[in-house]
Design a protein. Structure first.
Ligand SMILES: Nc1nc2c(ncn2[C@@H]2O[C@H](COP(=O)(O)OP(=O)(O)OP(=O)(O)O)[C@@H](O)[C@H]2O)c(=O)[nH]1
Ligand SMILES: [Mg+2]
Ligand SMILES: [Zn+2]
Length: 354
C-alpha cells in the first residue's frame, strides 16, 4: 500500500473499494486513472503505468447511471490469462467536478481531488465573473478552491488586482499571485500538495496551467503554448486531462482550457457559494426581496453590484436547466400570450391616441 499513498490512497479508498469486491473473487489491483482515451485508460499502480481496457459490462452499467470513467478515478484492475489488464470496478468518487457541455449534457471533468487551483492570468485574462463561475462549480463539490493569479511578472500593479479580488470574494478563499515559470512558485504552493493530496488546475486557455504543472513537477512534462500576439489568449495547447505524480508525494491534474463554463449545480449549491448574499438577504426589509431595487434591500447595499448581477444570471441559468421539456413549452407559450397581450394593449393605446 505504500506505493499507493503518493497517488492519493487512504483507508477510506480501501474501504470503498472493498465494498465493490464480490466475495470469493480474487480482488483486483488498485490503480488510479491518469488519462482517459476512447477505448482504453492509462492507469498507475503508484510505480508503473499501464494501458487497460474497461470491461464492457462496467462501461454499460456506468453509462446507464450517467457516469463515465474519469481522470482521478480509483479502479480495480485484473490481468487475464494473457496478461492483458482489464478494469472491472470503479470506486464511486468522493469528490467530482461536473459541468454542463454546450448541449446541456453532464460532463465529469475530474474525480477525487482535494483542491482546485483556479488559474487566471494578470495579462488581461482577469475576470471576476468567470472566477465566480469556477467557484460555483468547485465549492459545492466539497473541493477547496485556491485562486492562482499567474503572470505576475507581466503586471505592474499586482496589489490593485489583489485588492479587487479581496473586495469581491469571501475572505476564506486563498489567493496567490505568482510567476508560474519560477521554481519558487512550487515552494509557495507546496502546503497544498502534501503526500496523498490531489489538486486540479483549471482556467482559460493560455492562463499558464501547463506551465504551472511543469513547475510543480520540476520538469517539462506538459507542452506549453505561445500566446497569440493579437489577443493574449492561448490556443488550447492542452487537449486532454492528465494526472501527474509530484516529487513531494501529491498529484496534479492538468486540464485543457474550458470555454463557456456552466457548472452543474442546483439553487442550494449556488446559494452556498454566494453565502454572503444569503446572509445579507436575512436583513432585507421584505422577506421575498428579489434584490432588484426594492427599498430596504440589504443585499444591494452590501454586495458588489456586479457580483449580484452574476449571481442572478447564474440563478436564471440553473432554473432554466431544471425545467422539464413540458415546463419549457409552458413557459414559452406563456411568453407568447404575454407578448400578444402587450401588442394588443399597444394597438388599443394607439387607437385611442390617434
Ligand atoms: N511571463 C509569464 N508567462 C507565463 C506565465 N505562465 C504561463 N506563461 C506563458 O503563457 C503561455 C501559455 O501557457 P500554458 O501553460 O501553455 O497555458 P495553458 O493554461 O496550459 O493553456 P491551454 O493548454 O491552452 O489550456 C506560455 O507561453 C507560457 O510560457 C507566467 O507566470 N509569466
Ligand atoms: Mg495547457
Ligand atoms: Zn434584498
Amino acid at each position: 500500500m505504500d506505493r499507493l499513498r503518493p497517488i492519493g490512497f487512504t483507508p477510506a479508498v480501501a474501504q470503498a473499494m472493498a465494498v465493490l469486491c464480490t466475495p470469493g473473487e480474487t480482488p483486483g489491483a488498485l490503480m488510479r486513472l491518469i488519462e482517459a482515451h476512447r477505448e482504453t485508460v492509462r492507469v498507475t499502480d503508484g510505480v508503473d503505468e499501464h494501458s487497460a481496457r474497461p470491461l464492457p459490462g462496467l462501461l454499460r452499467s456506468l453509462s446507464e447511471a450517467g457516469h463515465a470513467l474519469t481522470v482521478g478515478d480509483w479502479l480495480s484492475v485484473r490481468h487475464d490469462e494473457h496478461g492483458t489488464p482489464w478494469v472491472h470496478g470503479r470506486m464511486p468518487p468522493f469528490t467530482q467536478i461536473v459541468r454542463r457541455d454546450s448541449s446541456g449534457a453532464r460532463q465529469s471533468l475530474v474525480t477525487n481531488v482535494d483542491t482546485a487551483m483556479l488559474a487566471m492570468g494578470l495579462d488581461g485574462d482577469f475576470n471576476l465573473r468567470r472566477l465566480e463561475r469556477y467557484l460555483a462549480m468547485v465549492k459545492p463539490a466539497g473541493i477547496w478552491p485556491i485562486v492562482i493569479l499567474t503572470k505576475r511578472d507581466l503586471c505592474d500593479d499586482v496589489d490593485a488586482w489583489l485588492d479587487a479580488l479581496r473586495e469581491r470574494l469571501p475572505h476564506d478563499i486563498a489567493v496567490h499571485a505568482v510567476d508560474t515559470r519560477a521554481a519558487v512558485t512550487a515552494l509557495e504552493l507546496a502546503p497544498y500538495l502534501g503526500v496523498g493530496q490531489t489538486t486540479v488546475v483549471l482556467g482559460s486557455s493560455g492562463a499558464g496551467k501547463s506551465t504551472l504543472t511543469n513547475t510543480l513537477l520540476g520538469s517539462q512534462v506538459q507542452s506549453t503554448g505561445a500566446v497569440r500576439a493579437d489577443d493574449d489568449r492561448g490556443r488550447h495547447t492542452t487537449t486532454s486531462r492528465s494526472l501527474h505524480r509530484l516529487p513531494a508525494g501529491g498529484c496534479v491534474i492538468d486540464t485543457p482550457g474550458l470555454r463557456g463554463l456552466r457548472p452543474d449545480i442546483d439553487e442550494g449549491d449556488l446559494a452556498a457559494t454566494f453565502d454572503d448574499i444569503r446572509a445579507l438577504a436575512e436583513h432585507c426589509r421584505f422577506r421575498d426581496c428579489r434584490h432588484q431595487g426594492e427599498p430596504g434591500c440589504a443585499v444591494r447595499a452590501g454586495v458588489a453590484a456586479d457580483r449580484l448581477t452574476n449571481y442572478q444570471k447564474l440563478l436564471r441559468e440553473i432554473r432554466r436547466e431544471t425545467l422539464t421539456p413540458l415546463q419549457r413549452r409552458e413557459q414559452l407559450s406563456m411568453w407568447k400570450i404575454r407578448h400578444r397581450a402587450a401588442e394588443q394593449r399597444m394597438k388599443m393605446k394607439r387607437g385611442k391616441d390617434g
